[in-house]
Design a protein around this ligand. Structure first.
Ligand code: PMP
Length: 409
């Protein structure tokens, strides 16, 4: 009825139809105010209480403890690449006013394009040494592929870094930490420096609220752009431990670099995320998605759903691999539930795969790789299975993959 197709895109990505219908009503009239959500003041009592509720919905469903605050801002995950560095260097400076920049380490775990980008931004900003404490490329067959989560024994954390950074799910490369604590591809929480509250920072942009977050309370910062699992682009959600909300201006007096006012966690905290005009519409739609998630059974419900969806797709890939049609790109136990990446083998086969998918009303399956885009080549296939993709839609893709395998062999 909506002439909608199945959108397996990596972000912005599919949102639940009932939410879109509700949002369409809110665009005309938000909560009976007679004013549309894109028109209402962000200082109105209706909107400020809506924001409080969005925060509460995240706190409840993820079990965010009272030691942590939930902040909303703009600028996407990319702005957090910078904000993390600046706020955590300010914090380090307040704790160690005598330290010289060359004495300050920033530990980056690099498992894919996004954590690599974050590390590059830290290097650009300066103020400390960027230490790559693990790099998955060194554990790939070619020495060049982000196709695995590195084994625990390869992590070499610094003694007292300003922070330790990792990306939970690499959207481009399809690599994700296992949530089974005993797996060698889980995050090595047991290896973190023990003697201090070293801030552990995680980019959850493409896996936020798709399942519970392991050891959430042990993280200092967890952030995510909304535009994959929970809403439209324009909203960034940050969960911050209180000791990481620091007086960045006091840190300047100790020699830290000034932090732009809108990137300072203290600004966001003090203003209840309303220092300046927020992305009102994005917050609204995210609130609707989170309400719906709660009704469906919260992150535990989505964990089961997402486990099933990913299982179905990886199973058919395996069938295709045995018949020489598909080649999964990621090593066993490092595979993402959210972004499944693989190659279609054979001359022109990738194009045939995409055309056949389009004919069946499925889109967003083209992979992404900076190098390949430059060369005008499609970088393999990527299937994104965010929360709004239903089991039935995943089944339709699987059905198509089976037909494709038959057709190609
Ligand atoms: N981190 C991850 C894991 C991402 O997937 C993305 C965006 N796809 C980003 C960071 C950058 O986010 P944004 O585009 O919101 O700046």
């Amino acid at each position: 009825s909506h002439s909608r197709i199945i959108n397996f895109g990596a972000g912005p990505s599919a949102l639940p139809v009932p939410v879109l219908e509700e949002a369409a009503k809110g665009l005309l009239n938000f909560q009976g105010t007679g004013i549309g959500i894109a028109e209402i003041s962000h200082r109105s009592k209706e909107f400020t209480s809506f924001v409080e509720n969005v925060s509460q919905l995240i706190r409840e469903q993820l079990g965010v403890p009272p030691t942590h605050s939930i902040l909303f801002t703009q600028g996407g995950g990319s702005a957090q690449f910078s904000a993390v560095v600046m706020n955590m260097l300010a914090r380090y400076r307040l704790l160690h006013p005598e330290a010289k920049p060359e004495d300050v380490d920033m530990d980056y775990v690099v498992t894919g394009s996004w954590s690599q980008k974050a590390a590059e931004e830290a290097r650009r900003l300066g103020g400390g040494n960027v230490k790559i404490v693990a790099d998955s490329r060194g554990h790939s067959a070619t020495g060049k592929a982000f196709d695995n989560i590195p084994p625990h024994e390869s992590y070499k954390f610094s003694k007292d870094p300003a922070f330790i950074y990792y990306c939970e799910n690499e959207t481009v490369d399809g690599v994700e930490f296992s949530h089974d604590g005993s797996s060698p591809t889980s995050f090595p929480f047991h290896l973190l420096p023990q003697d201090s509250l070293v801030p552990l920072v995680a980019d959850y942009s493409s896996s936020f609220m798709c399942r519970p977050i392991p050891r959430l309370a042990d993280h200092a910062i967890i952030y995510a752009g909304a535009q994959k699992n929970v809403g439209p682009a324009g909203l960034t959600i940050i969960i911050v431990r209180q000791d990481c909300i620091v007086d960045v201006d006091a840190a300047v007096k100790c020699g830290a670099a000034p932090v732009p006012i809108t990137l300072s966690y203290k600004t966001l905290f003090d203003s209840k995320s309303l220092y300046n005009t927020p992305s009102v519409l994005a917050i609204y739609m995210t609130g609707l998605v989170l309400e719906r998630m709660k009704k469906m059974g919260g992150v535990e419900y989505y964990e089961e759903l997402n486990r099933k969806k990913a299982g179905l797709v990886y199973d058919v890939l395996k069938e295709g691999e045995e018949r020489g049609v598909f080649k999964p790109k990621v090593k066993a136990r490092s595979e993402s539930w959210m972004n499944v990446v693989f190659d279609v083998l054979g001359d022109g086969a990738e194009r045939r795969f995409l055309e056949g998918a389009a004919q069946r009303g499925m889109s967003g399956l083209k992979g992404h790789s900076c190098e390949c885009v430059v060369n005008g080549i499609i970088a393999g296939i990527r299937v994104s299975l965010y929360n709004a993709i239903t089991e039935e839609q995943a089944q339709q893709l699987v059905q198509y993959c089976r037909e494709f395998i038959e057709q190609e062999t």
